[in-house]
Design a binder for this molecule. Structure first.
Ligand SMILES: Nc1nc2c(c(=O)[nH]1)N[C@H]1C(S)=C(S)[C@@H](COP(=O)(O)OP(=O)(O)OC[C@H]3O[C@@H](n4cnc5c(=O)[nH]c(N)nc54)[C@H](O)[C@@H]3O)O[C@H]1N2
Ligand SMILES: Nc1nc2c(c(=O)[nH]1)N[C@H]1C(S)=C(S)[C@@H](COP(=O)(O)OP(=O)(O)OC[C@H]3O[C@@H](n4cnc5c(=O)[nH]c(N)nc54)[C@H](O)[C@@H]3O)O[C@H]1N2
Ligand code: SF4
Ligand SMILES: [Mo]
Length: 734
């Protein structure tokens, strides 16, 4: 019987609502759900690939245990017994820090993982906690935490009401947005320009987003701090600062002014490659536009001054009166799980970092995490506190982090490694046990993180399209079982009971003496659904367990999230300051001391012969979607983009050797007039040709791992984020 299902796509931050047509156990078609209140029918080729992912014969369906170097299928009970036998003695003998944890990108898209990983973190109690955040957005989290009091209070462009958008280091036309959940950026950008607005894109490459904008400024890689400081300097120098409503809610304006004094555009121009008069013009245009927003992403985060950049972006939004104003850079108000809607409104504890440091390099902890680029050295370096075992959840650092070969070697040296993953890939091939997750089509989907970053407020949920094979646990059940093992409760646990205990503790924290009544009200639900119901009902739109009967609860959101309904629209973003703030002062901190101290270190760097930058393409998702036929077809994508003049001068033909201080590789050359002279680009997430990788499709065109060229010691010292862009390389024909 043909059936039509509604399903939210878990493959990127756009969170599109999809319509999945099935016939029995087969997926017949996937398209955008026209009735989705948020994505209105938009989808990209990756959404369609959920069919291939579901059917992929290489996708793991059963646990694997490595015996004599070879993976063999095992039952879930056997796999947990192996974990108990091998992992627990290591922890007992060497202490909690000896077991590291690393969390990868897909975790952010799965309620089954994201809502339950905190329980594992607590049970493990390890100081060696790593994630993809330090390859990505940690600088933005830190600047937002220092300025607004919580690391998830991140402003994003209100694109539908904005008429001047300055984008730095982001390519939403391809990435579909990041820390900015904005399905169909292309359509929204077009509409912005059609109503007379203007988009300016700052990028060393004429990216797809730059090509579709009014103006492209080819910055020198790593030059954003100079450019942004030049703009902020001009706002002060030309008396263009107008805080408007925010006047009463800021601290540190004079400190910020003084710190930016040395950055006159005439002095920053050479270092960033953007002429002084252009910098001044940008400042004036931002100040004059009725509704303007500055947005910076990966290209601004993954550099030495990632935190300074992230702060400058929001500082400029404040100085031009555009922060928290319609059409400017605003804050979402999520229906559930949003820390900035919980606790006392208007002030809070704020954030702190550096409460401890990594053992080998002394890198400071940020929000409980250490930089993922210190993970290998913590495994390699003997002594008390050495990492002897690893739990990797949806994480592929061998391809996604700098120094992949070093990481692979360090993993080989571990006494035990457990992967929660759906493939035997570059990282999980090193595991002793692999526990698979489900196909997304077998999974419940509710976005925990991205409604906190969405350009419009909404509440949606989607249920499984297919039942999982009998006896296959959902990932939250796997995590709870792991927690029980670590807590010494053994193998024979009742997962349902573990879940009941966990929720009871949550409810106690939230509801105090109302806890028994709240627990009773949640009774129809189990697992993540119960957590979601709790969060929705206590959230800013919630029914408050009956005190606001017209409010939201899970049953209502479910009923509205169907092929016919596509969720609940909660409206355009609304101003949230001061209510959102959780700084101790109850104000926006414009001049956080650690950031001002690092700003003083910003200066022009000598230009290398060539700078290497990254890129993403439509049919990729970091390191793991290259095994899906619908995405893998078409021209080769792992190519080195080189400016045609540079290619000519170097005499490059089909292949080039790329060398850095960290490594070397040979890549296929693609000449591109979109590249600035002296800048070359390679995508990340490739290099599938390693021994033991069981990815039949991806191995046919494995590509090369650009992260072998990156130095794992290069970090933003404030956030611990890796430097992934603007790396000096030499190029020669090969
Ligand atoms: N040079 C360079 N490197 C980069 C970047 C860059 O721009 N340039 N970008 C960085 C960024 S932003 C990020 S986020 C990281 C991403 O790097 P990672 O966090 O390592 O994420 P992925 O590469 O997406 O790998 C995801 C892993 O999760 C597995 N997986 C997929 N779905 C599931 C599931 O449902 N359950 C489980 N348990 N596992 C699953 C996949 O098989 C894969 O092993 O890469 C970073 N690396
Ligand atoms: N199709 C696809 N979509 C994805 C992903 C994917 O792998 N494929 N990954 C997802 C993930 S995990 C993330 S975090 C997001 C990231 O989403 P985005 O932040 O939009 O990431 P990119 O597409 O890598 O765009 C970064 C841009 O920064 C530019 N850049 C590089 N160095 C510099 C610099 O020094 N200064 C400036 N101003 N620009 C610079 C690059 O040329 C590039 O165009 O994308 C997500 N969406
Ligand atoms: S844009 Fe992102 S969320 Fe939308 S269909 Fe593509 S991968 Fe899925
Ligand atoms: Mo990312």
């Amino acid at each position: 019987m043909p059936e039509t299902h509604y399903r939210i796509c878990p493959l990127c931050e756009a969170c599109c609502g999809l319509e999945v047509k099935t016939d029995g156990p087969k997926v017949v078609a996937i398209r955008g759900a026209d009735n989705d209140v948020f994505s209105h029918g938009y989808l990209c080729p990756k959404g369609v690939s959920l069919k291939d992912l579901h059917e992929d014969p290489d996708r793991l369906r059963r646990p694997l245990i490595k015996r004599d170097g070879v993976f063999v299928e095992a039952s879930w009970d056997e796999a947990f017994a192996e974990i108990e036998r091998r992992l627990l003695p290591i922890r007992r003998e060497h202490g909690p820090d000896s077991v590291a944890l690393t969390i990868g990108n897909p975790s952010a898209h799965k309620v089954s993982l994201l809502a339950y990983i905190p329980r594992l973190v607590k049970a493990l109690a390890t100081g060696n906690f790593f994630s993809a955040s330090t390859l990505d957005q940690m600088p933005k989290q830190l600047s937002a935490g220092l300025m607004f009091g919580h690391w998830l209070s991140i402003p994003l462009p209100d694109i539908e009401r904005c008429d001047y958008l300055l984008i730095l280091g982001a390519n939403p036309m391809i990435s579909n947005g990041s820390l900015w959940t904005v399905p169909d950026y292309r359509g929204k950008a077009k509409a912005l320009r059609a109503r007379g607005g203007r988009i300016v894109v700052v990028d060393p490459r004429r990216s797809e987003t730059a090509a579709a904008a009014d103006e492209h400024l080819a910055i020198r890689p790593g030059g954003d701090a100079l450019l942004l400081a030049g703009i902020a300097h001009t706002l002060f120098a030309e008396d263009l600062v107008k805080l408007g409503r925010l006047q009463a809610h800021v601290n540190g304006l004079e400190e910020a002014r003084a710190a930016l004094q040395p950055f006159a555009p005439e002095l920053t121009a050479d270092g960033c490659g953007i002429p002084a008069d252009t910098q001044r013009r940008l400042a004036r245009e931002l100040a004059a536009a009725p509704h303007a927003a500055v947005y910076g992403r990966i290209g601004t985060c993954t550099t030495r001054f990632g935190t300074v950049n992230s702060w400058l972006v929001d500082l400029i939004n404040v100085l031009t009166g555009n922060l928290d104003r319609e059409g400017g850079a605003m804050f979402a108000k999520a229906a559930a799980f949003a820390p900035n809607t919980q606790g006392r409104p208007g002030s809070g504890k704020g954030v702190s970092t550096g409460r401890r440091r990594s053992r080998v390099s002394g890198a400071p902890e940020v929000f409980g995490e250490l930089p993922i680029t210190v993970m290998a050295e913590e495994m390699e370096t003997p002594g008390p506190g050495q990492v002897k075992a690893l739990i990797a959840i949806a994480s592929n650092p061998v391809l996604s982090a700098p120094g992949g070969p070093r990481i692979a070697k360090a993993l080989e040296g571990l006494d035990f490694m457990l992967s929660l993953d759906i493939y035997v890939n570059e990282t999980s091939r090193h595991a002793d046990v692999i526990l698979p997750g489900l196909s997304p089509l077998e999974d419940l989907h509710f976005d925990v993180a991205f409604p906190q970053l969405s350009h419009r407020n909404h509440a949606r949920i989607s249920g499984p399209v297919f039942d999982a094979a009998p006896g296959t646990p959902q990932e939250w059940q796997t995590l709870l079982r792991l927690c029980a093992l670590l807590e010494g409760r053994g193998l024979d646990v009742d997962v349902q009971q573990l879940d009941d205990e966990a929720i009871a503790a949550d409810v106690q924290r939230f509801a105090g003496d109302q806890a028994p009544a709240v627990l009773a009200a949640l009774r129809p639900w189990r697992g993540p659904e119960r957590l979601i119901d709790l969060q929705l009902r206590m959230g800013p739109y919630g029914d408050q367990f009956g005190r606001r009967p017209e409010g939201l609860n899970l049953a209502k959101v479910k009923a509205a999230s169907t092929v016919e309904g596509g969720g609940i629209d909660l409206g355009a973003l609304t101003p949230r300051i001061p209510e959102l703030l959780r700084t101790p002062s109850g104000r926006i901190e414009l001049a956080p001391p650690p950031i001002l101290a690092d700003l003083a270190a910003v200066k022009a760097q000598p230009a290398p012969a060539f700078s290497l930058i990254g890129r993403r393409d439509t049919r990729s998702g970091n390191s793991w979607m290259h095994n899906l036929p619908v995405l893998a077809k078409g021209p080769e994508r792992c190519t080195l983009l080189v400016n045609p003049g540079d290619a000519e001068r170097l005499g490059l033909a089909e292949f080039a050797r790329v060398r850095s201080s960290a490594g070397a590789l040979v890549a296929r050359v693609e000449r591109s007039a979109d590249m600035s002279p002296g800048v070359v680009s390679l995508p990340h997430g490739w290099g599938h040709g390693l021994d033991g990788v069981q990815l039949g499709v991806a191995r046919e065109r494995p590509g090369v791992n650009m992260n072998t060229l990156l130095d794992d010691a290069a970090r933003d010292p404030l956030s611990g984020n890796a430097v992934l862009s603007g790396v000096a390389v030499e190029i020669e024909p090969a």
